[in-house]
Ligand binder design. Structure first.
Ligand code: BTN
Length: 326
């Protein structure tokens, strides 16, 4: 694969590049350029060619490809290694298998199809083959208190990735839904285990991309939505996956204090900008007990802050809380 050519096309994604411009940039002749373009097409890139305009990258094939995702990712930690499965039980399960082996921090697992995809609260996550982004990211050697932070940053990253790549304005519902006009577009699930005295996390993210209404089972047809339904067009799932990993990497660095001038408060503020819940009445169940009150804030480290009807402010963590109504 000609990395220089791919980068040039990616930097000008959607715009035409003349043969002269490409050949000049690569310092190669037209026949070499044509050969390299053909190689990129063979591994899944959609490169249009029109004699009067030249060439342009219009997307990638419908299938995920680990090399294509890894290439040019530019992340520090997330997606150091990418695995793609045609079909697996759950990408979270795969990530946990690698976690048991150790040494796979930052691994990102994608699948075209899951036979036993799961969501929060023992829900299933069903997505027809090739229609969504089904992704799990493994984080090793973490501290105990990362669960809430990872839940928030993963939801925000998914919301931002969809917004950046598909130009759709997204909202976030605590703790884990990315929604558009009240319908669920993506979900996040964070699992943790203690392995060798440190905490290991798997962040599972599902984004509905190419589904039609009929692809959502039963009541989900009314409550879930895909990017294709919203835009009426195709989605470059590869570009969306890359952007998702990029945003996860960025926000994880922020949370770890590795981005100069950015603090955890930045995550809090960005998350809150996308959330319509502050001020709303909400009913939640935690440890078998039901609570009703008004949302006052979110704590990045602890969870949702709700002023209960008796005036007390109670913190609800995402791992043990179910939202009943909002
Ligand atoms: C939710 O909204 O309840 C969370 C859904 C998380 C679904 C993703 S899809 C990829 C990963 N593998 C799974 O089995 N679940 C998560």
């Amino acid at each position: 694969m000609n990395v220089g050519l791919l980068q040039l096309l990616k930097n000008n994604r959607g715009n035409w590049l003349t043969m002269e411009a490409i050949a000049g940039s690569l310092e190669s002749g037209p026949s070499v350029v044509l050969g390299e373009i053909e190689k990129l097409r063979q591994i899944g890139y959609l490169i249009e060619a029109v004699p009067a305009y030249g060439f342009r990258l219009s997307g990638c094939g419908q299938k995920f490809n680990a090399d294509l995702i890894e290439h040019g990712l530019g992340t520090k930690r997330i997606g150091r290694k990418v695995l793609v499965y045609e079909s697996t039980n759950s990408t979270n399960d795969v990530a946990w298998q690698y976690a048991m082996e150790g040494g796979w921090d930052g691994l990102a697992v994608f699948a075209e199809h899951q036979r036993g995809g799961r969501g929060r609260s023992q829900n299933r996550w069903v997505s027809p083959a090739g229609s969504g982004i089904l992704c799990s990211v493994l984080l090793e050697d973490m501290s105990r208190d990362m669960g809430e932070k990872l839940t928030l940053l993963a939801g925000l990253s998914a919301a931002e990735a969809v917004e950046d790549v598909c130009s759709i304005r997204t909202r976030i519902k605590w703790p884990n839904d990315v929604s558009v006009s009240g319908k669920k577009l993506a979900g996040v699930m964070v699992e943790s285990r203690k392995i060798d005295n440190a905490f290991t996390y798997v962040i599972g993210i599902g984004i509905n991309c190419l589904q039609s209404r009929d692809d959502f089972e039963g009541e989900l047809g009314n409550t879930a939505v895909s990017i294709r339904q919203l835009t009426g067009g195709d989605v470059d799932r590869l570009q969306l996956a890359e952007r998702l990993l990029g945003r996860l990497d960025y926000w994880l660095s922020v949370v770890n204090g590795e981005v100069p001038g950015q603090q955890v408060k930045g995550l809090h503020d960005e998350w809150l900008c996308r959330c319509d819940e502050v001020g709303r009445r909400i009913t939640l169940v935690s440890n078998g007990q039901s609570y009703t009150g008004r949302v006052v804030d979110v704590s990045v480290a602890q969870g949702l802050l709700v002023q209960l009807d008796n005036g007390a402010v109670k913190v609800f963590d995402s791992a043990t809380t179910i939202v009943m109504s909002r």
